[in-house]
Structure formats: C-alpha cells, structure tokens
Design a binder for this molecule. Structure first.
Ligand code: HEM
Length: 523
C-alpha cells in the first residue's frame, strides 16, 4: 500500500477519481446539454465538492500556527549510571524524529513573529516506542495549577463579545496570578520573539524521571540547546514582518533545510535525586521555577538534526499528534500536576482533532508493531488483522510480566510500580503565592539582563500594558512588577503615565509548602 509520503511533486501520475478511475478532464462537469442542470451521476464532480467541504480539520486549540520537519536524534553520551532508558545509553544509535514548532495563542493564519512562547515538539521513534517531547522554548511556564490553563489561554485569545484580543483581559489574568511573573519576564525580554523556529532552545520545563532497571530513579529536566545559538528579532522588525511576511518562521525553516543548512541541537539533562529534591529551595514539581545550573549542571546526552522537509505539510506536520503521555520505558512522568493534566489533554484532543485512530497515521505510527485490544473506529486501516481482540488462551499476546518482549526489557509488574509511592488524603489543591515566586524573575532582571536589555523589557511591557484601559488592572500589574523589582515597576509606570505602585502583599518564603517526596495531602 503506497504511503502518502512517497509521491514526488511531479511523478507523472494520471488524474483519477478517488476510486482510481481515469477522468476525461479534471475541470469538466456532466450536465444536460451545454446550458442544462448538472447530473447526480457525476461522481467525480460530487466527490470533488464533498471532499473539499471536508478539507478542514479543527486547528489545534493552542499552538495552531506551526512549522515542522524530520530528522534524527543521536545518542552521544552514556547515562547508564542513572537510567536504563535505551535512548540515553545506546551511544551512536540514531532514531528518526519529527519536529513541530509553533506559536501559542494565535490562529492558524496568525503571524510567526508574534511575541509569544514557542512550542517545541519532537516525536522520537525509538525501538521501545514513540517518545514525544512536547516542550516550549522557555524553561518555565505561566501556571502550576492545571485548572488555570483553559481560563489563562482564554485571556490570550479573543474577547467573547468584541472578538478582539484584549490587553485588559491579558494583564487582569496575569496580575491576579503572579506565579506567572517569571514566564512573563522572559516573554517580554529579547527572547520573547525568536528569529524563526530553528534559532531557539527547547526545554522540558516539567520535571520527568529517569529510572533504572533496579527501580532507582532521579528527577530530570531536558534542555535542547540550538547549536547556532538563540537568535532573536527586535520588536520593530518583528512587527514589520507580521505585516510583510506572516509566514516568516515557516519559510525560514523550510528554506534553511532546503539549502542543506541542517539545524541541530545538543540535548542535555539536569538531574536531581529524590533526596536533593526535598532539600531544594523550590518545589521540584513547580514548573514556574528553574533549577540553577551551578547546583544542577547540564549533562550532555545527545544531539538532533533536522535534515528533511515534509513532502506534504498536512499529512506529516498538521496531523502529527504529540503528547506528553507518549513515554517509553524508564522515561517517566513526575507528579507535577500540570504534566499529569497534559497527559490526559493531548491524546484527548487528538481523538477530537484527528479521530480515535490518530496513532495509525503514518507520521504518528510507532516503528515497532502495536499489539493490544483496541479495535475498529473510524479510519481503522490497521485493525490488527486476525489477532484475537481479547487475551486469548489459545493465541495470547505476550506481555512484559509473563515472557518479556522485543518492546522493552523484561521486568515484573511490581517493579514497574515501585518507582514512587504516595500516601495522603484527597483534597482540593491550589497553590499559594509567596515571596519565593519573585526570586527568580528578580534575579533575571537584576543579574542576568544588562541595562540595554532592561530598557527593552520596560519598553516591551509598556507597549502592551499601555493598551489596557482599566486603571485597576494597570495598578495591579504595576504592583506585580514591583514585587519583582520596584524600579522596574516605576519605569513601566512612567512609560504608560500611571501612578507608581507598591509590591503585592504576599506570604513570606518561609510559608511556602515544602516538597516532600512521596507525601501527598493530609498525610
Ligand atoms: C499544544 C493543552 C501546558 C506545550 C497543546 C494542545 C492542547 C494543550 C490541548 C493542542 C494539542 C493538539 O491539538 O495536538 C495543554 C494543557 C496544559 C498545557 C491542558 C496545562 C494544563 C503546556 C506546557 C507546555 C506545552 C506547560 C510546554 C512545557 C505545548 C506544545 C504544543 C501544545 C509544544 C503544540 C504541540 C504540537 O506541535 O502539536 N497543549 N497544554 N503545553 N502544548 Fe500544551
């Protein structure tokens, strides 16, 4: 059966109907005489219109605008002292990858040079299954409480009545949820507008776990550092490009690869033992915080290269289904609640956006055979043949705890569950803001940025906040920035012509909930 990917742009194909019959002329329609009505029997014409009517699938609810390419990941360093994950131990091994980069808030036709975080997704097709890295180009995120995600995203989208983007809504949300300050500082810094999709780094943001066959594990964060460096566009250039070439990012990625200048990244892990996590100043599961490199150094593990443009954007990039829940043995999720929520949300959106059999599409299908009891549904072109659709006693499926399989290392069921255990009672959890939440954004402003970068930050924030009409929203947002640094807030206030504001009243750092491994609520 030919894959949609094997056709070149000009392969001498003969025009046919969708059932493969040759057609006299692709633009002709059958009608009664030269001016009479059309005929229902003209399957070609009806099929043409009917298929056109169904060309659009739902765009991604976030990250709708994107670009992608294929390439490979190569393991360069052995991490077998901390994990049995083959991707991180088989030095020299290459696996095929598909990457997709995106802006977040805009619709599918929006400008690539918007000030917005960028999505940074990789699908690594390993012999142990597909591992998806669904990262951003920033090491932190706006939220740490998962139920905030839909309303937060709504404030970046269009107002329900005016159908316009709305600066009041944007800053109203952020200033009421100040754990966002770190990500907001990055968003309005120089890094807020990368120069194209391939000149930026990617970060897991979330904490994952690297596990060993003996059951021991470490927490990890993944960093993908662009070998060409993180290049940015200044605000004015980006604004001009939004008008002149809204597809700047798609075009530059495609043309760079087409010219044989294959972009590449070096992949590093940061790791932390469970004991270190309990002594870490911040909650290891809080993705609004970074792990300081001096305490948790970057350790190289691999590199990846994008060397192949898609033949068909829709089939290979639009239909790509990346999910943080697509994990492989020994690369596991942590208890980060935002990560846990994402593990549900992405496959759910894929079932909605692409259908229940999204995993069978060529771009999504693992390179190892899938064997389970899922059957049928729309567009099931691989419904697992004659295999029984239950665990048959006559022709049973092999699974890890009985005989092992080619898909992973044999290990027993209990061991697969022992990596972390939790005790506690169920309760409603919503994090609180403490002084800890402003330490890292403050260090970014005071220690990492120079005077010129600080001035650009002020100008970028003022340019956006100046569009907010509500005095209350402006005042609270100035307090939010005063909590980071009073002089930062005062400079923004001056730029937008608002009175200066005092920092938000928040709890001291000593009252922040301490992370204790394995202990849930009310334990
Ligand atoms: C896309 C949900 C947080 C990175 C998406 C999509 C959904 C979603 C529904 C569309 C997926 C699709 O249609 O294929 C959520 C929820 C979050 C969350 C519920 C928090 C509770 C995050 C975070 C990151 C992230 C923290 C990065 C660290 C991405 C990326 C994409 C995406 C890169 C685009 C994937 C692609 O290229 O297909 N998100 N998201 N998201 N999200 Fe999130």
């Amino acid at each position: 059966m030919p894959s949609p990917q094997v056709f070149a742009a000009t392969d001498g194909a003969v025009y046919t109907t969708s059932n493969g019959a040759a057609v006299a002329h692709p633009l002709a329609a059958e009608r009664v005489g030269p001016v009479g009505p059309l005929l229902l029997q003209d399957f070609h014409h009806i099929d043409l219109l009917a298929h056109f009517d169904r060309e659009r699938i739902p765009e991604r609810v976030v990250h709708a605008k994107g670009a992608g390419a294929h390439g490979y990941f190569e393991t360069t360093h052995d991490l077998s002292d901390i994990t049995s994950c083959k991707l991180f131990t088989d030095v020299g091994k290459q696996v095929k990858i598909t990457a997709r980069f995106s802006t977040v808030g805009g619709e599918s036709g929006s400008a690539d040079t918007a000030r917005d975080p960028r999505g940074f997704s990789l699908k690594l097709k390993t012999e142990q299954g597909n591992l998806d890295w669904v990262f951003n180009n920033t090491p932190v995120f706006f939220i740490r409480d998962p139920a905030k995600f839909p309303p937060f995203i709504h404030t970046q989208k269009r107002d329900p009545q005016t159908h316009l983007k709305d600066a009041d809504m944007f800053w109203d949300y952020l200033s009421q949820n100040p754990e966002s300050a770190h990500q907001v500082m990055i968003l309005f810094s120089d890094r807020g507008i990368p120069d194209g999709y391939h000149n930026m780094h990617g970060y897991s943001g979330h904490t994952f776990k690297l596990v060993k066959d003996d059951g021991s594990w470490v927490y990890t964060q993944i960093h993908c550092i662009a070998d060409g460096g993180f290049k940015v566009l200044d605000t004015a250039t980006a604004r001009n490009l939004s008008a002149d070439n809204p597809d700047y990012g798609i075009q530059s990625l495609f043309e760079t690869i087409d010219a044989g200048k294959f972009p590449s990244w070096t992949v590093y892990v940061q790791t932390m033992t469970p004991e270190q996590a309990e002594n870490f100043r911040y909650n290891v599961l809080d993705l609004t915080k970074v792990w300081p490199h001096k305490d948790y150094p970057l350790r190289p593990v691999g590199k990846f290269v994008l060397n192949e443009n898609p033949q068909n954007y829709f089939a290979e990039i639009e239909q790509a289904a990346f999910a943080p829940s697509h994990l492989i043995p020994y690369f596991e999720a942590s208890a980060d609640p935002v990560l846990q929520s994402r593990m549900f949300s992405y496959p759910d959106t894929h079932r909605h956006r692409l259908g229940a059999n999204y995993h069978q599409l060529p771009v999504n299908a693992p390179i190892i055979p899938v064997a389970n009891f899922q059957r049928d549904g729309a567009m099931a072109f691989n419904s697992q043949g004659a295999r029984p659709n239950y665990q048959s006693s006559i022709t049973p499926l092999t699974y890890l705890s009985n005989k092992g399989s080619k898909n992973g290392t044999p290990r027993d069921y209990e061991r697969a569950r022992q990596h972390e255990s939790w005790v506690g009672g169920a309760f409603w959890d919503l994090s609180e803001i403490t002084e800890l939440d402003f330490e890292q954004p403050r260090a970014l402003y005071q220690n990492v940025m120079d005077d010129a970068a600080r001035a650009r930050l002020v100008s970028n924030i003022a340019g956006h906040l100046g569009g907010a009409k509500s005095a209350e929203v402006r005042a609270r947002t100035l307090s939010y920035f005063a909590s980071v640094d009073q002089s930062l807030s005062d400079r923004i206030a001056k730029a937008i012509g608002s009175p200066t504001a005092k920092p938000l009243a928040v709890k001291p750092a000593s009252e922040a909930v301490r992370f204790r491994h394995g202990v849930g609520a009310a334990a």
